[in-house]
Design a protein around this ligand. Structure first.
Ligand code: ATP
Ligand code: FE
Length: 335
């Protein structure tokens, strides 16, 4: 079975080809137009998708070394995401499925961030059901109980900002370009995580909150800069390390609570922020420290990609879970 997967939910135009659960090609065109705006501009994102989608799909098919006629089905991101962005991928997938006369498969982007763990890799362990998934990305922060490929239940989530937003907004406060998450991570590895202390938000159950932390960081930096205009440049690594330390602690605290409440100690992480060195290290250490079994995705499957859409497509294909051509994009699609 050959699946062509298309992802266009935010600011990356991506296409991939899978042969069963094995990846043959994985192409991502990252849109650089947003950098100077300090965040994704939806209107510009849709236009860039419109420009990128044909070359990206062509490249995915060429690198997989297959012919259009070999494709068994087309999987695409139905949501969640930006309407204008989703529409480009959705419309393209529908037309191509119609043209090639093959099944169409809708995919939930957040489910895909989790099922990315099922892409076949050498020497790679696949999570066993049931497991808990911590999905940390630009728009979401969730703890999901995963009982099978398609039985998923959100048991905790952010009540305001996503963790990726907390990273990107903190970076913006420090004058770093968008997306600032990877830069904070880079500088954090050179700094002292205990240099500055930010209080952790108090939010009940398994839910998260990050907007207070962002404000605390803003006020702290404004105050320091008033006293010393060079504060950020002189202490950049320590500030980043302290922010990262706080965020990783918040995530780990909730995971510990979730393990206690569910009795499940198999943990997988997914989403853009799962590329973060701090959370990856904390999770690896949790194996020895708490006896958890943890799953950390390959870097190319962390931020948005179509490979993860393709693996969901493959499992849905096996289940004959196809979509009608009347399908439309759904910006607030829940798992
Ligand atoms: P969603 O998946 O919720 O719809 P999205 O698709 O826009 O949102 P992703 O591409 O999954 O988000 O993740 C992007 C986010 O990941 C950005 O906020 C980015 O800063 C963050 N990110 C990427 N790498 C790192 C890193 N190493 N450390 C921290 N954050 C990171
Ligand atoms: Fe994403």
């Amino acid at each position: 079975i050959y699946i062509l997967a298309i992802e266009s939910s935010c600011d990356d135009t991506a296409a991939a080809i899978l042969k069963n659960d094995t990846l043959l090609s994985n192409i991502v065109a990252t849109q650089e137009v947003h950098q100077k705006f300090g965040g994704v501009v939806p209107e510009l994102a849709s236009r860039a998708h419109q420009q990128n989608i044909v070359p990206v799909i062509h490249q995915a098919i060429a690198e997989a070394n297959i012919d259009k006629k070999d494709i068994s089905a087309i999987a695409f991101t139905k949501g969640p995401g930006l309407m204008g962005s989703l529409l480009v991928g959705t419309s393209f997938a529908k037309s191509l499925a119609l043209g090639l006369n093959i099944p169409l498969i809708e995919v939930n982007h957040m489910q895909a961030h989790i099922l990315a763990h099922f892409i076949k890799e050498q020497n790679y362990k696949i999570p066993e059901f049931p497991f808990l998934a911590l999905t940390i990305s630009g728009g979401h922060t969730q703890i999901v109980r995963v009982d099978s490929h398609f039985e998923m239940k959100v048991i905790g989530q952010t009540i305001d900002d996503a963790v990726g937003e907390a990273y990107d907004k903190s970076a913006k406060i420090m004058g770093l370009p968008y997306p600032g998450g990877p830069l904070i991570d880079k500088y954090a590895q050179l700094g002292d995580p205990k240099a500055y202390k930010f209080t952790k938000p108090k939010v009940g159950g398994l839910d998260f909150s990050f907007s207070g932390l962002k404000t605390a960081i803003l006020y702290f930096i404004q105050k320091q800069v008033k006293e010393n205009p060079n504060f950020i440049e002189e202490n950049r690594n320590d500030i980043c390390a302290s922010i990262q330390y706080t965020i990783v602690n918040i995530l780990m605290d909730k995971l510990k609570k979730a393990v206690k409440e569910t009795g499940i100690n198999q943990i997988a992480i997914g989403g853009g922020v799962s590329a973060n060195s701090g959370i990856r290290k904390a999770l690896n250490e949790a194996e020895g420290k708490y006896g958890w079994k943890t799953y950390v995705p390959k870097f190319e499957y962390t931020t948005d990609n179509a490979a993860m859409i393709g693996i969901v497509g493959y499992y849905k294909y096996l289940a004959k879970d196809f979509t009608d051509l009347s399908v439309t994009a759904q910006p607030r699609y829940k798992i």
